[in-house]
Design a protein around this ligand. Structure first.
Ligand SMILES: [Zn+2]
Length: 412
């Protein structure tokens, strides 16, 4: 009798890896939540399972001297040192949109947002739709008095403006979500090239004022996009491919250009998922299902980014953040764990790019908690994924970008 060939099922299987990145999920104690953080209050049994069965710790994703944004924090989580590769936020978003920058060009992030009576009311103009925004950007770009600014309309309120002249890289700009509720006067661009930017921002007010899109929004009880706002600029950047740096074929799922841009520059495959929005109505379960599909298609690692947790923080809405965490846990992490457990050896990590303080309604630069489970991997005594529980961990990575190697080194 001939011996049967060993079934592939009995051969040791390569580890498959998933990173779940709920943007800005880490937070500070909130009086409204009884002095607890949203992660402490939310029920997230699947994240807790990862912490209980695996290892937890802290990672400094924002190097000293860097502003705590998703551009910097996500670059660290992707495994790239921002001190080496970060030239600005906008070049990463431009990459996601397929906009290639020339060496002497500077890309700015350009928001369609709401300023009323000189106060920054909403950095997103009530999460204006992509279609409405595109019409506004089109109207402004046709009639702006400053020449040489090229606009590229993006998702919802997030657009790119490209200007010629590398000096623009040094202008001082302010992220609009950092000055919610404040008068804008003290936060307008200053330094080289600021005059032109200020002119364009001022012009945009007149051009947007009576635009039919805004008139309709007001009638519908939604905030109009009253102004363009430039920030987050930088020159072109290049990242070594993830395959060459880490020896893994990787894919990325995100509705947000900044994350997709880093992924694209690092050679991640972009997985399309229907119905993902970067907001509370996103297709959470679809993200998990498509991540599993990408693993089945031969990817070694899939990074799944979810934006809603960060958005709730910017809204200053603790309850919404708790709800977003519970949705991520049940629909993303739960679906992933169910799928992974039937697929052999795996590693899964939950981590965020930066904490988003709900009381401050913006990002902070503190270290972020992570939890990693890996088949046959190490285990610590910590049983929950939240700031207080993980405080007991002695695992601390001073350079957040080293978390990727750490994660990939765990398990069988
Ligand atoms: Zn944010």
């Amino acid at each position: 009798m001939t011996k049967r060939a060993t079934s592939p099922i009995n051969e040791p299987r390569e580890m498959r890896y998933i990173i779940v990145l709920p943007d800005g999920v880490s937070d500070v104690p909130i009086p409204e939540l009884g002095g607890k953080t949203p992660l402490e209050v939310a029920k997230h049994p699947n994240m807790d399972w990862i912490a209980r069965e695996g290892l937890t710790g802290w990672a400094h994703t924002i190097p000293k001297g860097f502003a705590p944004g998703s551009d910097v924090g996500c670059m660290s989580v992707f495994g790239y040192d921002p001190r080496k590769y970060h030239t600005g936020r906008a070049p990463l978003e431009a990459a996601a949109m397929g906009v290639t920058l020339k060496a002497d060009q500077v890309a700015f992030r350009c928001n369609t947002l709401t300023v009323q009576d000189g106060v920054m009311v909403d950095h997103s103009a009530d999460h204006i739709t992509t279609d409405e925004s595109a019409q506004l950007i089109d109207a402004v770009s046709q009639r702006l008095s400053c020449n040489g600014v090229q606009f590229y309309a993006g998702v919802s309120y997030r657009h790119i403006a490209v200007v010629n002249g590398p000096d623009f890289a040094d202008v001082q700009c302010t992220p609009p979500h950092d000055i919610l509720g404040k008068p804008i006067e003290a936060y307008l661009p200053t330094g080289p090239g600021a005059d032109m930017l200020n002119q364009a921002m001022r012009d945009s007010v007149g051009l947007l004022k009576d635009h039919p899109v805004n008139q309709r929004r007001v009638l519908e009880g939604k905030r109009p996009a009253t102004m363009l706002w430039f920030w987050g600029q930088g020159t072109a950047t290049a990242l070594p491919s993830f395959q060459s740096a880490y020896g893994k074929r990787a894919a990325c799922i995100s509705a947000v250009d900044i994350v997709r841009g880093i992924g694209r520059l690092a050679g991640f495959e972009m997985v399309k998922v229907p119905g993902i929005t970067g907001y509370f109505d996103t297709n959470y379960r679809g993200k998990a299902e498509h991540a599993l599909k990408a693993l089945d298609g031969g990817c070694d690692l899939v990074l799944v980014h979810i934006e809603s947790t960060d958005e709730a923080g910017h809204m200053g809405d603790a309850k919404k953040k708790v709800q977003a965490i519970e949705d991520v846990d049940r629909l993303v992490v739960g679906t992933l764990l169910d799928g992974l457990k039937s697929r052999g050896a795996f590693g899964i990590m939950v981590v965020c790019d930066h904490p988003t303080s709900t009381p401050l309604r913006t990002h902070v630069a503190d270290a972020v908690p992570f939890a990693i489970y890996a088949t046959k991997g190490r285990k610590d005594a910590i049983c929950a994924y939240n700031e207080t529980a993980v405080k007991q961990s002695t695992q601390r990575l001073e350079h957040g970008f080293e978390l990727m190697s750490f994660f990939l080194s765990l398990g069988s």
